[in-house]
Design a protein around this ligand. Structure first.
Ligand code: NAD
Length: 358
């Protein structure tokens, strides 16, 4: 048995509802893989602000740093929207990411079973698509200096800086190749090397790192073309690695080919401790009504098992249980004709039942 310390930060809105189901799934699957769990729970976001006056109390940060992985629900909601920027729920999330040095964000876009009909793209275009976007998360134009708005020649000018050091590119490229090695061994690096020097360097360094991964087929693509190709033929991609801003945009585009926010997990890795969370927010419009789809959070548990504990097989089993459950049962967000509508709690129970059969 190996013991893993997992910090759960359920957060706000539907966060606690989906977290509860995800924890049940984790508890169910752990013994099959010889994992003993030490689970603890701490507040983050608006819930933490209400208790302590800060969206990320020191106690939560310390617990995160002393854990093997963090599972986060979602943060935010109208209740906290008028707060000063410095104590808004989202600051808690950003602080956690930066303190844990999570420079790589992994966003899979997979079409599960007959959810193919939930996509706005044609079924023949998306059926079988399985793309992983690896986004650089702590550098690039969102953080580059100088930045600001100032008066120049009598008018306001806004400016930001797209800057990447060789070491920043090298480490995210390495993550991209390592992920590709565990998947279909095809990596597409996305840049704008034709017009941006910083991404000309990006292309050079990614190519250099590629020499250490001879089994991975590396290709380069301009960001505008990548956006087009994701919509035109997403099945051509296996793993994609890109900058913070291109990744922000392309991972949302890729994710939406799946049709539903309630199905999208994510992982943020890089430092010693990974953080796993659904892509969706706290969904205040449905919170407390047992309507949330817990599958994004449950699939995030799968990503944790794969990327933090090297248990890809456990991730596959969870995905299979999700696909089988969706065959019959649906929450409102992915409801379709002929399926049975159920709530968040029951969806968790159905996944547990499916797990027992696999
Ligand atoms: P949202 O993702 O919370 O909700 C968008 C829509 O999708 C809503 O109609 C919601 O009901 C639905 N939805 C989302 N997740 C669902 C699920 N699991 N099951 C069923 N339906 C689901 O985005 P929003 O409404 O723009 O934001 C609400 C709050 O969440 C805001 O305070 C925002 O800042 C915050 N937020 C947090 C995160 C995060 O914690 N990572 C991410 C995005 C938004």
């Amino acid at each position: 048995m190996s013991t893993k310390k997992i910090l759960v930060t359920p957060g706000d809105g539907i966060g606690p509802e989906v977290s509860a189901q995800a924890i049940l799934v984790l508890k169910k699957i752990a013994p099959r893989f010889g994992l003993e769990l030490e689970l603890s729970e701490k507040p983050v976001g608006g819930a933490a602000y209400d208790l302590t006056g800060t969206p990320i109390p020191d106690e939560t940060l310390e617990a995160a740093k002393n854990s093997d992985a963090v599972l986060l629900g979602a943060v935010g909601g109208p209740k906290w929207e008028s707060l000063d920027f410095s104590v808004r729920p989202e600051r808690g999330l950003l602080k956690l990411r930066s303190e844990l040095e999570l420079y790589a964000n992994l966003r899979p876009a997979v079409i599960y079973g007959d959810l193919v009909n939930a996509s706005t793209l044609k079924p023949e275009v998306v059926e079988g698509a399985d793309l992983m976007v690896v986004r650089e998360l702590t550098g690039g134009i969102y953080f580059g200096e100088p930045r600001g708005i100032e008066i120049r020649n009598g008018e306001r000018v806004g400016f930001n800086t797209l800057v990447y050091s060789e070491s920043e590119i090298r480490r995210i490229a390495k993550v991209g190749f390592e992920i590709a090695m565990k998947r279909g061994k095809k990596l597409t690096s996305v840049d704008k090397a034709n017009v941006l020097e910083s991404t000309e360097l990006w292309r050079e360094v990614v190519t250099e790192v590629g020499k250490d991964f001879p089994e991975v087929e590396l290709s380069h693509m301009y960001a505008d073309n990548a956006a087009m190709q994701i919509i035109r033929n997403p099945k051509q991609f296996d793993t994609m690695v890109t900058t913070n801003m291109f990744g922000d945009i392309l991972s949302d585009a890729a994710a939406m080919m799946t049709g539903s926010l309630g199905m999208l997990p994510s992982a943020s890795i890089g430092g010693n401790i990974g953080m796993y969370e659904p892509v969706h927010g706290s969904a205040p419009d449905i919170s407390g009504q047992d309507k949330a789809n817990p599958l994004a959070m449950i699939l995030s548990v799968g990503m944790m098992l794969r990327y933090s504990f090297d248990l890809g097989e456990a991730d596959e089993i969870i995905k299979q249980a999700v696909v089988e459950t969706l065959d019959t049962y649906r929450t409102g967000d992915v409801m379709a004709e002929g399926k049975t509508l159920i709530g968040c709690i029951e969806m968790g129970e159905k996944v547990l039942e499916a797990l027992e059969q696999i």
